[in-house]
Write a protein that binds this ligand. Structure first.
Ligand code: NAP
Ligand code: MG
Length: 477
């Protein structure tokens, strides 16, 4: 018996799941399998959807808002009290540095706190309609919402999906990524301890092709909140089409990092490696395309490479580690294929791209220059520790290249000329952008993408509104 949950949480019960195939849980730092988790079948997804609907109808939907606030605050508190346990589990399963895992677990607690408070601020409108009378809107919960989440920030992204949906009065069926279901299961356990009624939050690990597909097509599921690849996001949208299910999609990225010569570019060079190599590059916001003004390009590259080489790569349980292993062997091989492609095309690998000695899915962060805009490494999301840097001379031409991509999630602009920074920020086609900072995600503010980076927004009041339907009521005179 492990000291963390490994079964399915359906209607308040921990069940073994009838799926023959159990999910092997691997520590990426050691390559050892340390747990097995039950895998839900389509039947079990159906049971969860029905229990979610029953929980919605039998109390959660109609619970006084203050009572829902109290329960979500309890859950925030339980998460907060368990930050260390959650962080240890996440680091063991994902390979992310323990300091980052602690920060993410704590951030998850804050997300629940924010939405517990937001319950009292989700308001309708009164509308002065032309024919007189009295017209107002209600924001009503939808019913059962499916949350389908990825492996790169398993706990935090689960909190982003679950908290606003519950706060708005929906029940949630959460399907975590097959590689990393442990902290999602623990979230289910903490929700039980916090007093959430059975069936309000259910957690059903299982494969995307069976459990994910069954959830996305179940007739009782009213909305699918998805974070993952653009490819699977497009599949989800197609699956949702027949029933006109609501979808919100947070997908891939290939975000720019734009550095002007008038910026504090030494600071940008020192801070930018972690804007792409944090979480070993497995971050949808990774600033993997860098645009550096020509006059400072050589000096910038030298300082960027030096800062990259000084990153502490190694055992993610070590407090000082900044970059851990990648999540899996195939994910590392995928990154290596981009590095090999760049090398074969004669591009310059300024540092990294090789494996350190020893076990674990480690890959030294790679810095590539001399790339052309048609290169795969420049155009495609790599989702690993690889960055490409190109010089620019003309702002208009640079912006054309910045926007010459199907993605549009995040990005940074570095300049001490405020009007230039704002002008450029307005023209970058992305849902999120930061100026003189790489901080682009805030619990209170909307997060999401333009173009193929997604549809809808996580976080802030936007996410909670998107978990409701608007009803207009007219009262005649
Ligand atoms: P993924 O392969 O798209 O998987 C995401 C989730 O979808 C997993 O739970 C997966 O289950 C499930 N799934 C797969 N096929 C499905 C199907 N046919 N029907 C229903 N569900 C299905 O993504 P990933 O490999 O976990 O994560 C990497 C990608 O996520 C990257 O492209 C990255 O950019 C993106 N991402 C985006 C954001 C953002 O906020 N924009 C944040 C993080 C990650 P299995 O695990 O069983 O395959
Ligand atoms: Mg995948």
């Amino acid at each position: 018996m492990s000291d963390f949950p490994t079964q399915l949480l359906i209607n308040g019960q921990w069940l073994d799941g009838s799926g023959a195939k159990r999910l092997a849980i691997v520590n990426p730092a050691t390559e050892e399998t340390f747990a097995e988790v039950s895998s839900a079948t389509a039947d079990e997804i159906g049971q969860a959807a029905e229990a979610g609907q029953a929980a919605f109808e039998s109390g959660w939907r109609d619970m006084p808002p203050g009572e829902r606030t109290r329960l979500l605050r309890n859950l925030a508190k339980r998460i907060h009290e368990n930050v260390e346990t959650l962080a240890q589990l996440e680091t063991r399963n994902v390979g992310k540095p323990i300091g980052d895992a602690r920060w993410e677990a704590d951030a998850g607690a804050k997300v629940f706190d924010y939405y517990a408070g937001a319950i009292g601020h989700l308001c309708g409108q009164t509308i002065p309609v032309a024919r007189g009378g009295f017209d107002f809107t209600l924001r009503q919960p939808m019913g059962v919402i499916a949350a389908i989440t990825p492996w790169n920030f398993p706990f935090l992204i689960a909190c982003w999906k679950v908290a606003p949906a519950l706060a708005a009065g929906n029940s949630v069926v959460l399907k975590p990524a097959s590689l990393t279901p442990l902290t999602a299961l623990m979230l289910g356990q903490l929700a039980q301890e916090a007093g959430l009624p059975d069936g309000v939050l259910q957690v059903v690990p299982g494969s995307g092709s069976e459990a994910g597909n069954a959830l996305a097509t179940h007739p009782l599921v009213r909305k699918i909140g998805f974070t993952g690849s653009t490819e699977v996001g497009a599949t989800i949208m197609k699956l949702a089409a027949d029933d006109i299910k609501r979808v919100s999609l947070e997908l891939g990225g290939k975000s720019p990092n734009i550095v002007f010569a008038d910026a504090d570019w030494q600071r940008a060079a020192a801070e930018s490696p972690m804007s792409v190599f944090a979480n070993t590059g497995q971050d949808c916001c990774a600033r993997s395309r860098m645009f550096i003004e020509q006059s400072v390009f050589d000096g910038f590259v030298d300082q960027f490479v030096a800062a990259t080489e000084s990153l502490k790569i190694g055992n993610p349980m070590d407090e000082a580690t900044q970059v851990g292993p990648m999540v899996s062997a195939p994910q590392r091989e995928l990154s290596e294929s981009y590095i090999a492609g760049a090398r074969d095309a004669g591009r310059e690998i300024r540092t990294g791209g090789d494996r350190p000695n020893g076990g674990g899915f480690y890959l030294n962060p790679a810095v590539v220059t001399g790339v052309e805009t048609e290169d795969r490494a420049w155009r495609e999301e790599i989702f690993g520790p690889v960055v490409c840097l190109r010089p620019f001379t003309d702002e208009t031409e640079m912006l054309r290249e910045v926007n010459d991509t199907n993605f549009g999630l995040s990005g940074s602009v570095w300049s001490n000329d405020l009007s230039r920074a704002l002008r450029v920020a307005r023209q970058v086609e992305s849902g999120v952008i930061s100026i003189n900072s790489h901080s682009s995600v805030h619990t209170e503010a909307p997060f999401g993408g333009f173009k193929r980076s997604g549809l809808g927004r996580d976080l802030g009041m936007s996410a909670m509104e998107a978990c409701t339907e608007v009803k207009n009521i007219y009262v005649g005179e």
